[in-house]
Design a protein around this ligand. Sequence first.
Ligand code: 5GP
Length: 224
Amino acid sequence: MSSSAPSPSLAPHGRAGLARRGLMLVLSSPSGAGKTTLSRRLLESDAHITMSVSVTTRPPRPGEVEGRDYFFVDAAHFEAMREAGDLLEHATVFGNFYGTPRAPVEEALGAGRDVLFDIDWQGTQQLDESAGEDLVKVFILPPSAQDLEKRLRTRAQDSDAVVRHRMEQASEEIRHYSEYDYIIINDDVAESLHKLTAILEAERLKRRRLTGLTEFVKGLHAAL
Ligand code: 5GP
């Protein structure tokens, strides 16, 4: 094929990208393992992935922004969304309801964008049933129990009782590591981001996601 020939199956994913299905990247971890920081860094460094913003009945923490960190709703609103089928998955965590609004995810995937989910193991199991092969599941572990406790304690907004409770919950959450495709031990954020980016890049190249591949190869054959 000459370099000036139009190539409709190239893009929308940049220089060498073929058209492909968007993927759903799930990050789960015990609270305090650094998942939120890692998610933010990934979103800053990768233009093709969008965050799924959950709805929750938990009150906002200082610094959290409506519509960026969560949509903060009351229990009645949450129930109404659940009843209407507007949630892709939902779970109760630490006594509060959390759920993933369906419409923005379907919209992003339809446009060939990837979607990042910061959800727990219960939500991941539900997405696994509905999304199957579009799902890539990554579990983040802390390097040690001491490290986890230190991170929980330095999160100033959580009280002693909350920290203790979250340490107990961490043990429960960690039990589910084997349900995930990839494990990252988050010793160093830059290193973990590098690993996460590598996972994402490799998953994007999976043949079954490349909807533009047949056309592209046909074009190659025609020009050979
Ligand atoms: P936090 O209250 O610390 O923001 O979140 C508590 C836990 O709830 C975290 O493990 C987080 O991943 C999980 N979570 C947040 N949003 C959702 C959601 O929409 N669905 C599910 N299943 N879990 C969520």
